[in-house]
Each structure stands twice: as C-alpha cells, then as structure tokens.
Design a protein around this ligand. Structure first.
Ligand SMILES: [Zn+2]
Length: 657
C-alpha cells in the first residue's frame, strides 16, 4: 500500500508519427501505431539524448495463444468489464461540482479505514491503463469504448474545475495544497494523481484518444503552475512523501508536448535522498518503503533516455543490481511489510505473512524493461521471466480472477486475494494492468551493428506480426511444462535478420535446430544464441533447454532453501483447502492475522546439493514429490503460480540427514 503518512483495430491517427517515434524508446510505453520505417525511427530517435538500442513491438502486433497467460488475460478482461466507470468517476464529478452518476466503490476508494492514505481515485487511473493495455492486446472494442467514455468524463470534470487538476479526494485539493505549502499533509496525494496521469497517457498512446492527450497536458500544466513557487529545498522536502512515478510520467508528457517545462518538472520530481546514493553506487535502501522507491527509479531510467545524463542510468542500474541480486526472494519479489530490510535478516523476515507486495514486482518488471531497452542483456530477460511466472502469474486467483497483495513466505500460509468491489488495493490497481500486457516483453527488436535483430526473451505461446519485414512468427510451446519451444516463420519474401534466443541462466545448455538440422548450441547460460541468416517462408526453429531441479538458499542462510525447477519456484502443497471465494479478503492490513491456525510444515533432511536428486516427478507436469527427504513426511511440490486455496510452504528448513 502507499505508505501511510502524516504529511488490433487500427487506432485513429490522433498522435503524430513524430510523437510515436519519440515514444518508441520508452520501456514503459507501448504503441498502438503501425511500426515506423526504420530509417525514420533512427533519425528521430536522435532527439532522445540516449536513445534506446531496443524497440518494442506494438502490443497490437503480438497475440497470445492458448496457455496460462492467455487464460489469465481472459480472466482479467472479464473483471475489467465488470467494473463500472461511473462508480470510479463518482468523486471526480463531485469535486468538479458535477452530479455523480453512480455511487462510489468501497475499500481504498471511499471507506474511512483507508481515508488517511488519500488513494481515492487511484483505481480510475489504473483502470484507464489496464483497459487501454487490454484493448491493445485483444482489439475488443468494448474496452476502447470504456476508455473513451472515461476520458470524456474527465475532460468534463477538468473543464468544470477550471484549474486543470482532476482528483477524487474527499477534501478536494487540501492535502496537495498542504504538501506544496510545506505543511503536514495526510496521505499520498501525488501517488494517487500519478495513476490518473499515467492512465491518460496510456489512453492516448494505446487507444489513440487525442482528448486524453489534451487533458493530460493541461493536467501537467496545472502541476507546473501549482509548484512553481516552491524552492528546490521545499520541493525535495515534499518528495519525502510517496509520489509514485511522477518523474516518469512527466517525462512522457514532455515527449508529447515538447514543452521543456514538463521535462524540468520531471527532473524536479527526482528525489535526491534516494537518487544521490544510488548514483554513487551506495545501497542506502534499508528501512525504505519498497514500492515508494521503485517507480522513482523507473523515472530515472526514462530521464536518462531523454536527457542523456549518465547519473540517472547509473542510479537505475545500481538499484536493479542490488535489489535483484541481494534483496529478492527466489520468486523475484522483495520486501517485508512493504519495506526493504537489511540483507542479513532474511531468516527473520521469511516468517512474515507480509512479504513480497505484488506492486513491487509489477514495478520491478517495468524497470527491467526500461533497462533492457537501453542495454539488451540476457540477465534482464532472466529476471523478467522468473518474476513474471512466480509473482505476476502467481498473483491471480484462477477461479475468481482476483489478485494478491502480499505473496507470503510465512511457513504454511496461503494466498489471500482482493474482493472485486470492496478492496481496491494498490495491488488491485496494478493487478488489473498486469494481465493485459503479457505480449509486451516476449519479443524485442534491436539494430545492433546496423543489422536487424529479433530478440526472443520469453517462451510464451504467441504470434508476432513483424509488419516492417512482412513476417509472422508463431511460437508454439508448452513451457514450462517442457523445456522446448518452436518458432515458425511465415514470410512473403526472404528476410535477413539475426534471431537472438535467450539461453536462460537456469539451463546448463541450449541447442537449436533449424528445419530439423542441429545448427547451434550454447553452454553459456545467461546469454543469447544468435542465428544470423536469411530467413524464408516455412523455416522452423526448435530450441531445447534442459530443465532441472535445484535448491536456492534463502539469502544470508545456509539451512533454508526454496525448490526451483528451471525458473519456476515450487512450493509444498500442505492442504487444508479453502473454498474458492472464502479467501477473498477486504482488508490487506489483516493479512497474517487470519487463516493462521497452526499447521505442520515438514523439514528436509539432507544437504542442499543432495536433496534435488531425491525430488521426483509425480505423474503430472510440474508436480513433484520428495522421496525420503521430508520429516516427518514427504511433500508434494507444485508451481507457486498454480497454488491457490490451500496452505503452502516456500522455504524449507534443511537439517543434515
Ligand atoms: Zn500494492
């Protein structure tokens, strides 16, 4: 949660080609525009001071095929369509002096328990982003209708409100006014406003809604005006309060407006207390609220692209390295009770039911994409893959489509999910975005050494329509149920490009066949296999990477470990089932104090190196059972992403046999 603190259809061509080109670089942004001619893109990209070397494919050009990601996408879409825009718009209308059309939702949107966060209206912003992403991913028109309707309503609110600010806070502008005036403020108003900014950006870029751009720029102009009297010192003091990704979204506004005042404000929104040590390679993160920091870092990397200032990149790269390398659990998630803790205290924090806030993983993945766009290293793909399966895919209830807040490492705990209409957590907001953008990180395009490259980073069944090359690539795979994927090329004419296939860090070897003939192998996990050739219609590429079991130690310990198969974290199925729906939970603050009757959690006997050989396949894909290892009894192990409605265990105490 925010830190509680006293203080396919072608979109209409409403944004210009030049705008589109400038936005190609953003790891945070996706384009619904047709791909642009390479030369034009290259020329205009020089306007970015540090243009990314990678380009994304528009989300409209990637489609998921049957598999767990498509299922998650469909569940999420169904939930998005159940939410009613007029209820999310209620307090925006009231604050603008307009009559609301439906009563406000509960939870963080209106209920007194959470009023001191001042998150009122955050869901509407997330919703605009989520519906826009889902529209780009599916082409379903009802989603675009929703987006267009909400943007129209926000325009009406903005016009009626006169200042440019649009908000849904119960005390209107009071807390923003307090922050700007240097007074004590309640909650995290900039955090909440950031969601509305980002939603308008995405409605414009992904749904081609030009009105969203108008409202967005006017909203940003308000922010410039409202803060212009602040000294730098006053501004920095204000940034002590959580403010989401204001630096990132204002940088994005600048790419649309070309107005330097928006870039200047984006840079003012860089919090020096966090930025300075990171830019100097110092980890001063202990005790800081995790999800307050990560969006700031996404903004640093975006500002590096726009300004060319290396220190922004240095800070982002160092942050990513330290968080993924020293502050993360086996799933890729981080934090306990939403905070970074000293890296030698994992053994204490692992018993918490409030580890790994889902929003943190959402934001770490956004940062990872940004960094990959600037430097295409396989390590970014490796982290992306593990975190995508073990936290994002794992966050959705397969029965209700609802999402987790904390992903608990407490021994023998279970997943609790939000309710559909009474929670509206931060993780509900990022949660509705998560499953509409799986297509954004499977494939990337690079232009290293003057030639074209197609990067395949994820093994997810999907099609890619590479319009510029008139190529369709179909990826067929049952990964992670098998360590194999197959790519088939349909091309109207032969095309030269380098196919770069990620050799995952978890596979000791990888081998590739083209049209049945072995052509390439790799013994360098965490690198790319490169097939640079002239590709023709009907070419088939098959990649094999052997998957194996291993134990991954809890950082800082020698006697607690998680079981991992390839990139997939397995957890022990401890039973004591909960009826689907009974584990939907309104109040995230009480996670850990419900469903906590004692449960027996086995320990493992043996050594970290010997135990994997005693974990055996148990008849179904990705299901394993310990064999003579568990004390007092052996356990069945399942992928964490598949576990719901029963108690589980992720980290096992290991004692010598
Ligand atoms: Zn959250």
């Amino acid at each position: 949660m925010p830190r509680k603190k006293l203080s396919s259809p072608r979109p209409s061509s409403t944004f210009t080609r030049r705008e589109a080109i400038k936005l190609l670089g953003s790891g945070a942004l996706l384009l619904a525009a047709d791909p642009l001619p390479a030369r034009a893109a290259a020329r205009s990209a020089t306007k970015l001071k540090a243009a990314p070397v990678m380009e994304e494919f528009p989300l409209t050009d990637v489609r998921l095929l049957a598999g767990p990601f498509l299922e998650a996408q469909k569940r999420d879409e169904a939930y998005i369509l159940k939410l009613e825009p007029d209820r999310m718009l209620c307090n925006f209308r009231i604050n603008a002096g307009l009559k609301p059309k439906a009563p406000v939702y509960g939870g963080w949107e209106s209920v007194q328990t959470w009023a001191d966060i001042r998150a009122h209206g955050h869901t509407l912003g997330h919703y605009l982003t989520a519906a826009s992403l889902m529209y780009a991913s599916t082409g379903h028109n009802e989603l675009k209708k929703r987006v267009d309707y909400i943007v129209g309503e926000l325009k009406e609110c903005q016009d009626a409100g006169k200042t440019g600010l649009i908000c849904a806070f119960p005390d209107k502008t009071a807390q923003i006014d307090n922050l700007i005036a240097g007074r004590r403020a309640i909650g995290v108003p900039w955090y909440t406003l950031h969601k509305v900014f980002a939603g308008l950006r995405d409605a414009h870029l992904l749904c081609g809604n030009s009105r969203a751009r108008t409202v967005l720029v006017k909203f940003a102009d308000w922010a410039v005006d409202a803060t212009k009297g602040m000294t730098d010192e006053q501004f920095q003091r204000m940034l002590g309060t959580e403010h989401g990704g204001m630096n990132e979204v204002l940088a994005d506004v600048y790419t649309l407006s070309n107005d330097p005042k928006h870039l200047a404000l984006a840079e003012r929104f860089c919090h020096k207390t966090v930025f300075t040590p990171l830019s100097e390679g110092r980890d001063a993160l202990n005790g800081l609220h995790s999800n307050t920091q990560i969006p700031k870092i996404v903004g640093f990397e975006r500002l590096y692209q726009l300004t060319g200032k290396r220190e922004y990149h240095a800070a982002a790269e160092f942050f990513w390295n330290t968080v993924t390398g020293t502050r993360s659990f086996a799933t890729g998630g981080n934090g306990d009770n939403e905070h970074f803790f000293p890296i030698d205290t994992f053994a204490r924090h692992v018993s918490s039911a409030k580890t790994m806030e889902t929003c943190c993983s959402y934001n770490m993945l956004r940062l990872t994409r940004q960094l990959f766009a600037n430097e295409p290293m396989a390590a970014y793909g490796d982290y992306y893959e593990k975190t995508l399966y073990n936290t994002i895919l794992a966050s959705q209830d397969p029965d209700t489509g609802m999402m987790t807040y904390f992903q608990s490492t407490r021994q023998g705990y279970l997943k609790l999910f939000c309710t559909p209409f009474d929670s509206f957590w931060c993780c509900t907001g990022t949660g509705i975005e998560n499953h509409g953008k799986y297509g954004d990180s499977i494939y990337f395009r690079g232009r290293a050494d003057g030639g074209d490259s197609l990067y395949v980073n994820l093994f997810i069944a999907s099609t890619l329509n590479w319009k510029e090359k008139k190529i369709t690539l179909t990826q067929t795979t049952s990964f992670p149920e098998s360590g194999r994927t197959r790519l088939e090329i349909k091309a109207s004419s032969p095309q030269n490009f380098a196919l770069r296939l990620r050799h995952p860090v978890w596979a000791s070897t990888a081998s590739v066949r083209v049209n049945g003939a072995a052509v390439e192998s790799s013994s360098r996990p965490g690198s790319y296999l490169v097939l640079d050739r002239r590709w023709k219609n009907g070419d088939v590429v098959e990649v094999d990477f052997p998957m194996s079991l291993r134990l991954e130690l809890l950082p800082g310990t020698t006697d607690q470990a998680a079981v991992v198969y390839g990139p997939i974290v397995l957890v022990g199925a401890l039973g004591r089932e909960v009826k689907p729906g009974d584990d939907l939970h309104i109040n995230e603050r009480t996670i850990g104090s419900v469903f906590n009757e004692p449960i027996e959690v086995p320990t493992f006997a043996g050594s970290v190196s010997d135990i994997p050989a005693k974990i055996k396949p148990a008849g179904a894909p990705l299901v394993f059972k310990t064999d003579g290892v568990g004390r007092p009894n052996d356990v069945t192990l399942l992928p964490y992403y598949k576990v719901a409605h029963q108690h589980y265990n992720m980290y096992w105490k290991i004692q010598s046999a």
